[in-house]
Design a protein around this ligand. Sequence first.
Ligand code: ZZB
Length: 258
Amino acid sequence: TEYTGIKMEVVSFPEAAEKVIREKVGSRKVFLVAATLRPETMYGQTNCFVGTQIKYGVFAINDQEAYVCTHRAARNMAFQGITSVRGQVNQLVEVDGSLLVGSKIKAPLSINPEVYVLPMENVLPTKGTGVVTSVPSDSPDDFATLTDLRKKPEFYKIDPSWVQYDPVPVLSTPAYGEMSAPALIKQLKIQSQKDTKQLAEAKELAYKEGFYNGTMLVGDFKGLPVQQAKPRVREQMIASGFAFAYAEPEGLIVSRSS
Ligand code: ZZB
């Protein structure tokens, strides 16, 4: 699978994470790195998700930058020309996902330039980087999770201000209008992020309709079909240093949600 790695620079960590991480990274800038198949939706990022049970590492990519992701992803990156030394994985510190919740990060291209890191139950440690950027307008999983978090912030141990950003229309489709995810959540009667079977179906429908019939509503490629905008947004983000190509060897994917 050919993902786009989205670099979300950390603006601030919560105190407990700051203590563990800052002294280990030196002068490096720290980024959470999310793997996405939908670079054209990055305008609509409202937050980022991590798994609270997942162990992440902070990895030195070179002298200037450190990436937060799973060890597995860092290892893959080391063999794809992303790190300064081929094959070398340099973990500076390990951190529990729960400690990252509440971090403030920059979301490149997003209409909301700074967003928060939030907990999601269905993040797979075996896919992508283990960090998921959230586009609730076009990802049913993201919309369902954001809705859960807004309903019960105390239960999820989050500050209500971290879920303040509403879904933003990014592309329009004949079947689902300006926001596919909320439309599909309603249509398939999905109650929460726990409805994983229906969510997998909603994801498939949103992917297909967005890709084949979607038209961009925002950004430099406004008015273009999604099929044409997708590679262009990706190239633009890579050229400006906000993203990189990240591939995942198919055989090593242990589990997929779809
Ligand atoms: C932003 C985005 C916007 C995404 C969208 C989807 C959609 P797939 O097809 O199963 O490979 N993702 C990435 N890593 C993980 C993970 N470790 N655990 C759970 N989810 C993960 O799924 C790839 C997509 O799943 C990625 O693309 C990411 O969310 C999420 F509008 O990034 B996406 C209809 C989907 N729309």
